[in-house]
Design a protein around this ligand. Sequence first.
Ligand SMILES: [Zn+2]
Length: 242
Amino acid sequence: MLKKRRELFVERQERNRLRKARMAQIDNSGRYHHAKKDMTLILEKRGFRVYIDKDTDPELLDYVKHLSIGCINKLYDHFKDLFKKNMVKIPKNVPVLVTSFKKYKGNEKNSGIYDPNTKMIYINEHHVDNHTVWIHEYAHFISYLVPDRFVDYAIEEYKKMLSDYFEYYVQKKTKRKNLETRRHNNEMHREQMAKYLGLPSEYSSTNSDEFFAEMLENWDNIPTNKLTFKLKQTIRKILMRL
Ligand SMILES: [Zn+2]
């Protein structure tokens, strides 16, 4: 038991370290610090404030606004089912910046980012019409609201799945804590683990953060089995306490 708590502590440290590293990477672009100055508020709807780069072609503004409204409505409906009565707890003034990721060095391929440092959701302007990107980044936003001790549940569940997959499917014990990089056949393992456990996508197998976000994103499409049932219960418990 003691060891378990120790392990959790070490993992939490590691998680924080990775988060900080990620933030630093984002900050390196130099743009995030100045983001607020460079943004124009184009929309306030259902607790979301949508900004866009000031130098965006004015003709595009209405179009982006229109697409954003569509995505916010879909996001809202998605989480309404999930939270039911607790929907009111969705925080107000969630800032969303629609932007060209070309401006963010190294990130141009991302469809979206949640930056916990600025507490802003960044949506790549080329993906602004894709509500699943909005839902996914919003799920990250939520995960950062979850107190550490509840996040530990999600980490535990992810770890259980990882070792379950390696033990029964690969027939090997593993010391791996995630399947993040391309090394060690991780891409293949991600695919197989998702198939084996009925996860929504290979991306869910990446790490506990992505696992949590993907679960929220695909809530209704997760097959119900012994494992996913318990998992959903756990996530529901986490959300109810927000
Ligand atoms: Zn993600």
